[in-house]
Write a protein that binds this ligand. Structure first.
Ligand code: NAD
Length: 377
């Protein structure tokens, strides 16, 4: 069976769905691997590296012969027209609000899987793209902040004088936030962080950052069974805003990462708070694609109000594409491995498997995921 690693058609996507390691792994699983020419360039992987790993370098037309197509982003209508009915497509499908595009994949007879719907259970940890990519985004957010800051982050005592350490405040201490904290600490900043989940308190402290939060009764119950944040009451938000307002005025850099599953991102930083910051400060909104935590943050732009730079880069993991691709490719191949029969070395889809059930969008000509119009199973 043939696995096709596609070149991403979105010009802003530097990631690729295959690495040298993943190609070797796919070969060992019994697949023939075809990589579209130039697919790895945005991630610094030349075609020859894939060839050395055992892949054949081909063209977009080779997708037609593929049994499995690996991508970063959901295929476009044009790309879909180049796949054969019955092919398996695995990607980050961005399915919410894109029901039409999902129906089109069903109509083309594709069996499609959305990697971001992978359940966050122990068995699937190595397939968890939300974690692998958020971790890198958290790191890159600090690098982007440092770039815009125009000052050094660590304290530097020199014969010519002392540069003070930057004060960095991280809002939301999930996967991205914890990596932002760790990165900011490594770069010598004085770091504090907040979250609404009590479990975050210890994690923040263990990274050497100060935890700041309104720790009332509501806070103590703010974590869902799945480990996610709940949307907080209006009363809590007012208390949180007061605490945050006082703290933010003293910060040089604020990095926000707060998300609530299935809801718009909570608004945590207001225009007033930005006005209270010193000119030259930097704020980075990692939630900008989901509505934004920071008032005035613009998707895909770096803007400035009152001397404070507001960073709203899109696809932040994609800004560190080579590392992001390495981890994403590993997530993909680990998932694909669960669908390969050990005896026959052939694809053996089990639609009742927990991971398949959670991630399958379309199969057999129909939308199968209940969240996107599929029949309840
Ligand atoms: P996320 O991306 O959904 O949200 C980021 C953070 O924002 C979370 O920590 C959340 O609590 C916080 N947040 C939400 N509203 C906020 C507010 N008003 N103010 C401040 N912070 C707010 O979260 P995530 O990074 O996906 O992680 C969520 C949880 O899932 C964590 O407990 C994490 O450890 C866990 N997790 C488990 C697994 C696994 O077991 N396989 C994998 C990854 C993450």
């Amino acid at each position: 069976e043939i696995v096709f690693i596609a070149k991403e058609s979105d010009p802003n996507e530097g990631r690729v769905a295959g690495s040298v390691e993943s190609v070797k792994k796919l070969k060992s699983l019994g697949f023939d691997v075809v990589v579209e020419a130039g697919a790895g360039l945005g991630s610094r992987i030349p075609d020859q590296e894939y060839e050395k790993a055992g892949a054949r370098v081909g063209t977009a037309a080779d997708a037609k012969t593929a049994d499995v197509i690996l991508k970063v982003r959901r295929p476009s209508a044009q790309e879909i027209s180049g796949y054969r009915s019955g092919a398996v497509v695995i990607a980050i499908m961005d399915p919410y609000g894109n029901e039409e595009a999902i129906s089109a994949m069903a109509g083309a007879g594709l069996t499609t899987f959305a990697m971001e719907l992978m359940p966050r259970i122990t068995r699937a940890q190595s397939m968890d793209v939300l974690s692998s990519q958020a971790n890198l985004a958290g790191y890159q957010a600090v690098i982007d902040a440092a770039y815009e800051y125009d000052r050094a982050l660590p304290m530097m005592m020199t014969a010519a004088g002392t540069v003070p350490a930057a004060k960095i405040f991280v809002m939301g201490a999930g996967v991205a936030g914890l990596q932002a904290i760790a990165t900011a600490r490594r770069l010598g900043a004085v770091v504090s962080a907040t979250d609404v989940r009590p479990a975050a308190k210890e994690q923040v402290a263990s990274l050497g950052a100060k935890f700041i939060a309104v720790e009332d009764e509501e806070f103590k119950a703010a974590e869902t069974a799945g480990g996610y944040a709940k949307e907080m009451s209006g009363e809590y938000q007012v208390k949180q805003a007061a605490l945050v307002a006082e703290h933010i005025a003293k910060q040089d850099i604020v990095i926000t990462t707060a998300l609530i599953p299935g809801r718009p991102a909570p608004r945590l930083v207001t225009r007033e708070m930005l006005d209270s910051m010193k000119p030259g400060s930097v704020v980075v909104d990692l939630a900008v694609e989901r509505g934004g935590n920071i008032e005035g943050a613009e998707a895909g732009k770096v803007t400035e109000v009152g001397g404070v730079r507001i960073v709203g880069h899109l696809n932040v993991a994609g800004r560190i594409a080579a590392s992001a691709s390495l981890l994403y490719a590993k997530n993909l191949v680990t998932f694909l491995e669960t669908m390969v029969s050990k005896e026959t070395k052939a694809l053996a889809l089990n639609m009742e498997d927990e991971l398949v059930k959670a991630t399958a969008l379309t199969h057999g000509g129909a939308v199968v995921h209940p969240a996107f119009g599929g029949a309840m199973r």
